[in-house]
Design a protein around this ligand. Structure first.
Ligand code: ZN
Length: 143
């Protein structure tokens, strides 16, 4: 793969959280089970518009975030982790985007699509709970 030096790389659409994006790494939120870290959520933030971007990381899988791959989040959504009481280990949690209220289509570890109820950015369900990633910056969350 070679690049033509005269061409300025075009900023992919996904960068454009605002007119002047300055996205930098903020902090990780560690996910713990029995005080052992099993994964983490990397949090990136745009210094201009303060929008946050999150990436899920499972321990042992080495991935370096490429800003091009920054997932988009809408203004009315917040980054959250859904915790399943039915699963164990790495299948027990998943990074999602929650709206304030409504229903989220959630894919379980065995690839079933279920509806989960959201109330004020929180999952209300007998077998699932959730927390907001940005409330736990620099900390570890026991699930
Ligand atoms: Zn921005």
């Amino acid at each position: 793969m070679s690049e033509t030096p005269s061409e300025t790389p075009k900023t992919p659409e996904i960068y454009k959280c605002c007119d002047n994006p300055q996205i930098t790494y903020l902090a990780p939120v560690n996910i713990n089970i029995d005080e052992r870290t099993i994964g983490s959520v990397d949090v990136w933030r745009c210094a201009a518009c303060m929008k946050a971007f999150c990436e899920e990381k499972t321990l042992g899988i080495d991935s370096i975030t490429d800003i091009v791959g920054m997932p988009r989040i809408e203004d009315d959504e917040k980054w959250a982790v859904i915790v399943s009481k039915l699963q164990k280990g790495k299948d027990k949690w998943k990074l999602v985007k929650l709206k304030q209220n409504g229903i989220i289509k959630f894919e379980t570890a065995d690839e079933k699509l279920i509806d989960l109820k959201i109330q004020d950015y929180k999952i209300v369900d007998d077998f699932h709970s959730s927390f907001l990633v940005l409330d736990h910056i620099h900390t570890a969350v026991e699930i």
